[in-house]
Write a protein that binds this ligand. Structure first.
Ligand code: DX5
Ligand code: ZN
Length: 236
């Protein structure tokens, strides 16, 4: 049976208090901590990098650190994130052809696994799963997933344009979640962006089992509503 996984995004916390905030999330029932890494090139924002992950790992030796790399060249950073103590690296499907990288999806997945971390792949809102589009050039995301399914721990379906916390949830991404859930009953499917007490049920009904929330958890520090909502999902 698939496990419901609660995954607060640390992007919404006070970075000066990240260790405490992470601990508070774990104490409140978080399963993983979601770390949003942005390079100012793949997305129009700069956030944190491996050195911060390293500090957080020292503060929280046992927590699962789910690192969402919104970067143009993920291959370049795999080793640094391994040394920093990342548990999982999620790279973007679009980074391969869009950023003219001369390695394949298979290559990056292999490299992440080889470094002892779980590998996951993220899909931006404008990237369809089945048809080819301008973002993905000649590639079809579903095919890449099918071909690498044994080596992928998770697929992330973005429910906002990556780059910033606090945006509105895109419900029209749910067909992608449904399709993936139909095809892969045992796959971890993560949703990220605009997930809160109002939108979480839609995500879970579509088939998502790994739930990221930034502003839903962290801005309102004592908002335990969403945690209890997750408890209900976990029980059901
Ligand atoms: C957006 C990030 C998200 C972000 C979500 O690019 O990938 O993880 O922190 O924040 P909320 O939950 O506020 O939309
Ligand atoms: Zn994220």
């Amino acid at each position: 049976k698939l496990k419901a996984i609660i995954c607060p995004s640390m992007l919404s916390c006070d970075f000066a208090q990240m260790g405490k905030e992470g601990q508070r999330m774990v104490d409140s029932g978080a399963d993983w901590l979601h770390m949003d890494v942005m390079d100012g090139h793949f997305v129009p924002n700069i956030t944190i990098g491996a050195p911060i992950i390293k500090s957080l790992r020292k503060a929280l030796p046992n927590v699962f650190l789910d690192c969402h790399l919104m970067v143009s060249d993920p291959m370049k950073w795999v080793k640094d994130f391994q040394s920093a103590g990342a548990s999982q690296i999620t790279f973007h499907f679009e980074c391969i052809e869009e950023c003219k990288n001369n390695y394949s999806h298979k290559d990056i997945i292999h490299r992440i696994n080889e470094c002892g971390m779980k590998a996951a792949m993220a899909i931006k809102p404008k990237t369809p799963l089945q048809e080819k589009n301008e973002n993905s050039k000649g590639l079809n995301a579903l095919k890449v997933i099918e071909e690498n399914i044994e080596h992928l721990n998770m697929i992330l379906i973005m429910t906002v344009e990556p780059g910033f916390g606090g945006q509105n949830f895109m419900e029209d991404m749910m067909p992608k979640v449904k399709l993936l859930r139909q095809k892969f009953p045992h796959l971890n499917i993560q949703v990220d962006g605009g997930v809160n007490v109002e939108t979480i049920d839609t995500c879970s009904k579509a088939g998502a089992n790994v739930i990221v929330s930034g502003s839903g958890f962290c801005v309102n520090l004592l908002n335990h509503n969403i945690v209890s909502r997750f408890d209900i999902l976990k029980g059901g």
